[in-house]
Ligand binder design. Structure first.
Ligand SMILES: [Zn+2]
Length: 306
């Protein structure tokens, strides 16, 4: 068994996970986001009843495998912290850490809707856009620990110079992204971004959930917004499929709860990829809030594999 913690900006979700994916002794604690000592204390307390059992962590952040430094925007006390070594020392056990979207992808590949697929690209459509890539059951980790971040990188960009006579007034603006770039997919495809897009497209102020409900009932304002949303999201995801060879894309996160949205994304993606594919590619994830813990349980030590 493995001790697993799914750590977000609000809560630390903790459980003991068995190799076949059974979750036991589940408990939650508020995340001390401003005090790294309190942060380590809570994990030490949670682990204490199981001495010498490894702790695997899914975190809303990224650990740089070269430096061991973690960057987690919603947990400021971890800034520049060598978290793995710190927690190994404090909890007196082996600790492995991975991004929560990566753990989500790994969990859906091993235990969820993507079981049996060789190439899995897991997508989080929540407040922002995230993802993780699993090939042959193994998490792929790239430069600086980053993989699967299909929501980032300038995507909606104006031409370097507007050619004379070309009217760009109706072109979607390049919104500034939290990553420092402008025009990332994340600036139109996350929940808050969808709400802003709706306003930009002439819609009334509404939550992402309301926009989806209005769209599903055929309301034209929401329909206009969702046409734009789906066009950009589908294009980006088609590029992901063509690049990674993913044969299934489980979608989780708040927006992933809409079956109609997932079906519409799936239709758009299959129209845009190079290969004709008759079976659904983009599907709803099935593991819900267990995904982070289950994925963390599947983390293996990369150094041991080499
Ligand atoms: Zn970005």
């Amino acid at each position: 068994m493995i001790l697993c913690a799914d750590i977000g900006g609000s809560f630390i979700d903790f459980a003991v996970v068995s190799p076949d994916g059974r979750v036991a002794h589940r408990q939650a604690e508020p995340t001390p986001i401003h005090d790294i000592r309190a942060f380590a204390d809570i994990l030490t307390k949670l682990c204490a009843p199981w001495p010498d059992v490894a702790l695997h962590i899914a975190i809303a952040g990224v650990e740089n495998p070269e430096t061991g430094v973690v960057h987690a925007a919603n947990i400021p006390c971890l800034a520049n912290a060598p978290l793995t070594s710190l927690l190994q020392e404090r909890t007196q056990r082996k600790v492995l850490i991975a991004n929560d979207a990566d753990c989500f992808a790994l969990a859906e590949a091993r235990f969820g809707v993507a079981r049996g697929h060789k190439n899995v690209f897991g997508v989080i459509l929540g407040t922002g856009v995230g993802g993780g890539l699993v090939i042959d059951g193994r998490l792929v980790r790239g430069l600086g620990g980053v993989t699967g971040e299909w929501g980032h990188g300038p995507f909606i960009i104006p031409p370097p110079a507007t050619p004379p006579g070309l009217d760009l007034s109706g072109v979607i603006p390049s919104f500034r992204c939290g990553c420092g770039q402008t025009g990332c997919l994340d600036t139109i495809a996350g929940a808050r971004a969808l709400e802003r897009l709706h306003l930009w497209a002439g819609g009334s102020a509404a939550t992402s959930r309301e926009i989806l409900t209005q769209w599903e009932s055929g309301e034209p304002e929401a329909g206009r917004t969702m046409d734009i949303y789906l066009a950009y999201l589908g294009s980006a995801l088609a590029l992901v499929v063509n690049t990674t060879g993913a044969t299934i894309i489980p979608v989780g996160g708040g927006l992933g709860g809409s079956a109609a949205l997932i079906a519409a994304i799936d239709r758009g993606v299959r129209q845009k990829i190079l290969v004709q594919c008759d079976a659904p590619l983009v599907v709803q994830a099935v593991l819900g809030r267990d995904a982070g813990l289950l994925g963390a349980a599947c983390l293996e030590c990369e150094s041991e594999r080499r």
